[in-house]
Design a protein around this ligand. Structure first.
Ligand SMILES: Cc1ncc(COP(=O)(O)O)c(C=O)c1O
Length: 395
């Protein structure tokens, strides 16, 4: 038989997608499933953004557009990065508009990796971080980020994973699935480590605007970091624009030059009317107010879960308040079962859709990810069902 690309045999199937498929099938058969598995805001994209896209389409922006992105969009991205992260990027040379955050990550890795290069990736982390490295014929080295350390890798764990082939390390803060993010001091120390070993730092900050305490520090914002940091971000989560597929890579000019070639030769450009809508979303004051309302809804749901945990909690489901993003990473290790089994049983017996923690790596075993990017009613009812199931399980 004619051979295929064997790299694909080494990919983990996205557990989130697998779970969603099962949930859809169960829903179709009439079961009252509460889906708390996906990382997609339950809010509609703010109406003025939709109108901006519509205006752009009517104005004829339905043909090819610039591969690097319209100048006004790159300018809006640079202004956002300066305002929010305190880092100045040159919109002409240091920013590429991409097809969502996932494509920013893809082009970033394409720009820097050669076959066989090793990439350090915390465990747990979003499955695509590792899968993309595998597709590009790099080698994934997992760096344990254990629950006992707040799901942040101890600094010495990075050093232990280092070899002469290490080319880059990947960060994702606030983290999917844990919501954790480190201190500025930690990032500064990690920057010193990256500098000492001449590593690229690829920082996925798609949840960077979703936090519940102090604003997380961007990896590129610590002293000396900008020249080796590849910043991945998108409008998907913050603006409830997951379906629009628009994001960006901010990185040193020579990285962007490679990433632009990768993008030109794969997607040509992000749809021009989507780019115009994105520029509008980043700059319009009413849209910023709409995103602030979404953020406060996530904060309210987070409090709701914490209150239920305090008042009716189960010793079998341990709850740590997430610092950011819109997930709870529930510690179900007291149940003594695998994450996959717990999720399957909760789906079948309590009709709640979740994602097994082991889908994010070994350190996630015994945990399950529950999203709060769902209505207050669903979050409340779903979490209660989980607690009741866990108690019933051990009666
Ligand atoms: C950590 C992380 N990075 C990137 C993405 C993808 O973002 P986008 O929809 O902008 O491609 C996701 C989506 O779930 C994510 O969780």
């Amino acid at each position: 038989m004619t051979t295929l690309n064997t790299q694909f045999d080494r990919l983990r199937q996205s557990a989130t997608v697998a779970m969603s498929d099962r949930i859809l099938a169960l829903k179709a058969s009439g079961q009252p499933i509460l889906g708390l598995q996906v990382g997609d805001p339950d809010f509609r994209t703010p109406a003025p953004v939709v109108e901006a896209a519509s205006r752009a389409m009517e104005a004829g922006l339905t043909h090819y557009g610039p591969s690097s992105g319209f100048p006004d969009l790159r300018q809006a991205i640079a202004a956002k990065l300066l305002r929010d992260e305190g880092v100045a990027y040159d919109p002409g040379a240091e920013i590429l508009v991409t097809h969502g955050g996932i494509h920013a990550y893809h082009t970033a890795l394409q720009a820097i990796l050669n076959p066989g290069d090793e990439v350090l990736i915390p465990d747990p982390s979003w499955a695509t971080h590792a899968n993309m490295v595998v597709m590009l014929r790099g080698r994934v080295i997992r760096v344990p980020a254990p629950p006992e350390n707040g799901f942040i890798p101890p600094l010495e764990a990075w050093a232990q994973a280092l070899t002469p082939k290490t080319r880059a390390l990947v960060l994702n803060y606030p983290s999917n699935p844990t919501g954790a993010y480190p201190t500025r001091e930690y990032l500064q120390a990690l920057q010193a480590f990256a500098q000492a070993h001449d590593l690229w730092v690829v920082s996925d900050e798609v949840y960077g605007s979703l936090y519940y305490g102090d604003r997380p520090t961007s990896a590129g914002a610590v002293d000396g970091a900008k020249d080796r940091t590849l910043l991945v971000n998108s409008l998907s989560k913050t603006y409830a624009m997951t379906g629009w597929r628009v994001g960006f890579l901010a990185a040193p000019a020579r990285v962007i030059a490679n990433a632009l070639k990768a993008s030109q030769n794969s997607i040509t450009c992000v749809a021009p009317f989507v780019q115009k809508a994105a520029a509008f979303a980043l700059t319009d004051p009413a849209v910023q107010r709409a995103t602030a309302e979404m953020r406060s809804a996530y904060g309210r749901r987070r409090e709701l879960v914490l209150r239920i945990a305090r008042e009716e909690g189960s010793a079998r489901v341990l709850v740590t308040p997430p610092q950011g993003a819109f997930y709870f990473f529930l510690d179900c290790r007291p149940l003594g079962r695998s994450s996959v089994e717990i999720c399957e049983r909760i789906l079948e017996e309590a009709q709640v859709g979740l994602v097994p923690g082991s889908a994010f790596g070994h350190q996630g075993e015994g945990f399950v990810r529950m999203t709060i990017a769902a209505s207050d009613e669903d979050v409340e009812a779903g979490f209660r069902r989980i607690l009741q199931w866990a108690e019933g399980e051990h009666r």
